[in-house]
Design a protein. Structure first.
Length: 231
């Protein structure tokens, strides 16, 4: 079974609309839509915004639905000058940029007493999603690289440069690293798919509303084709 997580209703509504034989299961104030998506057993859910919601959602997918893959679809702010609004980033790995135990001698982003704080995405999912995206969304570019997450909407040039210096990421958002950590702990292959909705700088509040719809369309196209390609 494929588990698909979106943070907002707009991100999952189009996917749910494509499902067949849908049953809704409610848990932790979330609605898990189970059924067939592109002929595959799938569960699609809106986690809500932020890392706590995302981690709880992923754990339910692991415990209750026994998913074989977790795909997190959504939008993000670009941290790389090569990436334009509307392009897609596929995670190679993910970190929490707001994990801060520096006072205890840990580098920024390192989770104390864990064996790793960098959670690698599944290589097969990355490769397959990249090929699918180039086929299904030929009008945009697809990139692979690090995704960083924190409970912050980044809309400041200084903060953007800080994240680039510290973590060398491709984009930033608010859920992916929590999903990645939960998937890692449960030994479930995962992938974060992010369409770029803004530049994570002083213009972010203006870009976001205008480009959100187009960004979601690209991720939905990709996820549908990716699901159809997974065995």
């Amino acid at each position: 079974m494929i588990g698909i997580i979106g943070a907002m209703e707009e991100e999952v509504a189009k996917l749910v609309a494509q499902m067949e034989d849908v049953t809704i299961i409610r848990q932790a104030c979330m609605e898990f839509h189970t059924g067939k998506l592109c002929g595959r057993d799938a569960v699609v859910v809106r986690s809500g915004i932020g890392k706590v919601n995302a981690a709880i959602c992923t754990q339910i997918l692991a415990d209750r639905f026994k998913v074989d893959f977790v795909i997190n679809t959504g939008i993000a702010g670009s941290l790389d000058a090569r990436i334009d609004i509307g392009d897609i980033v596929l995670s190679t790995d993910s970190m929490q940029h707001d994990m801060d135990a520096v006072a205890f001698g840990y580098p920024l982003g390192v989770i104390p007493q864990m064996e790793t704080s960098v959670f690698p995405a599944d290589p097969h999912l990355i490769s397959l999603a990249k090929a699918v995206c180039e086929k299904i969304n030929p009008e945009i570019h697809v990139f692979t690289g690090r995704v960083v997450s924190g409970d912050q909407f980044i809309a400041d040039d200084a903060k953007k440069q800080f994240l680039l210096t510290q973590f060398k990421p491709m984009c930033t958002e608010m859920e992916g690293a929590a999903i990645a950590q939960a998937a890692y702990l449960n030994k479930i292959p995962y992938l974060i798919i992010r369409a770029i909705s803004d530049k994570a700088d002083g213009s972010a509040h203006m870009d976001y509303p205008a480009f959100e719809a187009a960004a979601i369309t690209h991720t939905v196209n990709l996820v549908l084709e990716l699901c159809a390609s997974l065995s």
